[in-house]
Design a protein around this ligand. Structure first.
Ligand code: GDP
Ligand code: MG
Length: 151
């Protein structure tokens, strides 16, 4: 029986690896029907934290981030947020502050983590390591859930 459900929004510039990290983590439970109705996807995964069952609903954008067209429905009720950028995209790193602002404008201060994706490309780095390194998206989402529960 699930007592805690956490809506997590994953934001950041296009092509930084948001969908990939969500799919890697949740693969198997893909809510394709949802996309048709409101233009966004979420995938979910249940984890156990401190003896409690926690359901993580990870919301992905449908690639509309380049057009500044993410709807309020995407952010509504979000309790946690991943701010993602790519090791090989300096602009995506510089945009992190804007994404943070955008989320906070909609839902206020929530649990957040900055994630540096494409860490396997560190040899081509345009961004040095400033953030939570996404070596395993499993630990990223667990970390965020713990952070949320601490509040
Ligand atoms: P999104 O637009 O932020 O959702 O990014 P996607 O998940 O669609 O990924 C964009 C591109 O980056 C795709 O070609 C992915 O295969 C690639 N990609 C995603 N994550 C990684 C990663 O960790 N390392 C590398 N090298 N490529 C990645
Ligand atoms: Mg995507």
């Amino acid at each position: 029986e699930v007592e805690v459900a956490i809506k997590v929004v994953v934001v950041g510039n296009g092509a930084v690896g948001k969908s990939s990290m969500i799919q890697r983590y949740c693969k198997g439970i893909f809510t394709r029907d949802y996309k048709k109705t409101i233009g966004v996807d979420f995938l979910e995964r249940q984890i156990e934290l401190e003896g409690e069952d926690v359901r993580l609903m990870l919301w992905d954008t449908a690639g509309q981030e380049e057009f500044d067209a993410i709807t309020k429905a995407y952010y509504r009720g979000a309790q946690a947020c991943v701010l993602a950028f790519s090791t090989v995209d300096r602009e995506s790193f510089e945009a992190i502050e804007l994404w943070k602002q955008k989320v906070e404008d909609e839902v206020g201060e929530i649990a957040m983590v900055i994630v540096q994706n494409k860490i396997d490309l560190i040899d081509d780095a345009l961004v040095h390591t400033y953030a939570y390194l996404n070596l395993s998206s499993l630990s990223v989402f667990r970390y965020l859930a713990e952070k949320y529960l601490e509040r």
